[in-house]
Design a protein around this ligand. Structure first.
Ligand code: NOJ
Ligand code: CA
Length: 536
């Protein structure tokens, strides 16, 4: 392999929502020991790292994204010994562990906040964003909560308001207080010393607010929610963020091969890119790609833009799914047909960048639908039925056809999708044409070819709107990827001076596979063709 192998760069990262992966003690909630049971499955799938959604103690107002202690493990998930075991067992298999750090806010049950609200003179008071009412009474400014309602909550006893970007049980920390900043940096050291390989930073660009908490300007027009009626120039993306990331990166760089990826909040791709670089984040998430409609043009545009923003200086990251968005299977495909999902998998695993997979994506798990009474997510509780929240994509992993899909012997915290008897890991592992086997073979191909895991990318301009075509290449290897986004047959003429140099090495495993005749590639509906150049 000509390029240096760096696990997070060449590899694939798999996100686990721990509540929903595997329950090992029959309480209906997934846990760390459950994850250990499936490390061999993940190794065979071929992933290189796991991002664990938060595992710190949490009262679960926002299921782990409201942390009440940063230094230990939620007893629902196990304890520090279980975590050490997970790390050791993962590392034995070449799998890295990335923790989700939620440092914008804590739970209101966190000891710091409990102290903070005791009195204005308490040493922790200034750890959160407390303000007196506005001169005429009411909230200190016009900031809203992303989860609905005002961003400010009044505390009768103190006669002050505290700010919360999300739920009122998730008070925002005051990063401008040097004690908070240094406590936050210590959290990184604490987990690095335990041996974790990296972090995913939750809504990191919201950590700093404008010093005077100025009102956000109103946007013209009518918006779905009041939160969207403002231009969020003062509550996110403040310049103080960059030095904070630089300090974090210095800490990470004092340990070998560590990685930090950030989730930007209310930022476009260009803004997100400003946080990535050799002295800040290794990578960030791009919503342009994840939110594309199902079209070759739209994905091509998103890839070209995000890839171009990175250039040679940085390495892109791509995701189609996470714990906040309806699954790509539900957004792009019918209930039972996985052809489109195979096409997307082929794109996702062959563009330049680190692919993120979300548990169950590899078997095409669909979102569950819930009645009002079954909703767990605070967003769904507040906005039902206009927004049913994020529970749909968080249902238990479908391992096999036993009751509750082998996730747990007991009633799980969220219902299992009714399709689990057919759509599960065991069934798909033994069906050669399954989505799972498609993922496995593509991941193996990606691993084998430096052009695919480490090469540059050039999009090829094509006349046919249904086709997405790109080259991946290193100094020693060139590959061509041709993807048919239409439900009809399509053909693609290879560049005339090149066509006799190509070998068709991957066509997927649909019954009607892509074929090459002379200079023309024929692709079935949603067909995939990956070619390897014989010349360099
Ligand atoms: C972003 C996380 O991805 C989401 O799940 C959470 O609700 C908010 N941040 C608040 O932490
Ligand atoms: Ca459990």
């Amino acid at each position: 392999m000509s390029e240096r192998t760096l696990w997070w760069k060449d590899g694939i990262i798999y996100q686990i929502y721990p509540r929903s992966f595997q329950d090992s003690n029959a309480d209906g909630i997934g846990d760390l020991a459950g994850i250990v049971q499936h490390l061999d499955y993940l190794r065979e799938l071929g992933i290189d790292g796991i991002w664990l959604s938060p595992i710190n103690p949490s009262p679960d107002v926002d299921f782990g994204y409201d942390v009440s202690d940063y230094h230990t493990i939620d007893p629902k998930f196990g304890n520090l010994q279980d975590f050490d075991r997970l790390l050791t067992e993962a590392h034995k298999r070449g799998i890295h562990i990335i923790l989700d750090l939620v440092l914008n806010h804590t739970s209101d049950q966190h000891r710091w906040f409990q102290e903070s609200r005791l009195s204005r003179s308490n040493p922790y008071h200034d750890w959160y964003i407390w303000r007196n009412p506005a001169p005429g009474g009411g909230a200190p400014n016009n900031w809203r909560s992303m989860f609905g309602g005002p961003g400010w909550e009044f505390d009768e006893k103190l006669g002050q308001y505290y700010f919360h970007m999300f739920n009122k049980h998730q008070p925002d920390l005051n990063w401008r207080n040097p004690d908070v900043r240094s406590a936050m940096l210590d959290i990184f050291r604490y987990w690095l010393d335990k041996g974790v390989d990296g972090f995913r930073l939750d809504v990191f660009n919201a950590w700093y607010k404008e010093a005077n908490l100025r009102d956000n300007p109103r946007l013209p027009g009518i918006h779905r929610r009041p939160f969207e009626s403002y231009d969020h120039i003062y509550d996110v993306s403040q310049p103080e963020m960059i030095p904070a990331l630089q300090d974090i990166r210095k800490i990470l760089d004092s340990y070998p091969d560590r990685y930090v990826v950030g989730e930007t909040f209310l930022a476009d791709s260009a803004q997100a890119r400003t946080y990535i670089g050799s002295d800040r984040l290794h990578a960030g998430f791009d919503y342009g790609y994840a939110n594309s409609p199902f079209s070759a043009r739209a994905f091509g545009k998103a890839i070209q833009y995000w890839d171009g923003l990175h250039g040679d200086q940085a390495w892109p990251n791509y995701f189609l799914n996470n714990h906040d968005t309806p699954r790509s299977s539900t957004r792009y495909a019918g209930a039972n047909d996985d052809a489109r999902l195979k096409l997307l998998a082929a794109m996702h695993l062959t563009v330049r960048g680190t692919p993120y997979l979300y548990y169950g994506e590899e078997i095409g798990m669909r979102d569950i639908s819930l009645s009002r009474g079954q909703i767990q997510d605070p967003v769904g509780k507040r906005y039902w039925p206009f927004d049913k929240g994020r529970d749909g994509c968080r249902s238990p992993m479908q391992w096999d056809s036993r009751p509750f899909a082998g996730f747990s012997p007991s009633q799980p915290w969220l219902p299992v999708h009714p399709n689990y008897k057919v759509r599960n890991v065991v069934n798909q592992a033994s069906a050669p044409a399954s989505l799972l086997n498609f993922y496995k073979s593509l991941i193996a191909l990606r691993r084998e070819h430096p052009a695919l895991h480490a090469g540059k990318l050039i999009l090829i301009d094509v006349d046919d709107d249904a086709l997405l075509v790109y080259k991946r290449f290193t100094e020693d290897e060139t590959m061509l990827v041709v993807l048919n986004f239409s439900k009809g047959l399509r053909s693609y003429s290879l560049p005339i001076d090149e066509y006799n140099n190509w070998d068709l090495i991957f066509t997927g495993n649909e019954p009607l596979t892509s074929q090459m005749t002379d200079s023309t590639l024929n692709l079935p509906a949603y067909g995939v063709a990956i070619l390897l150049s014989r010349a360099t």
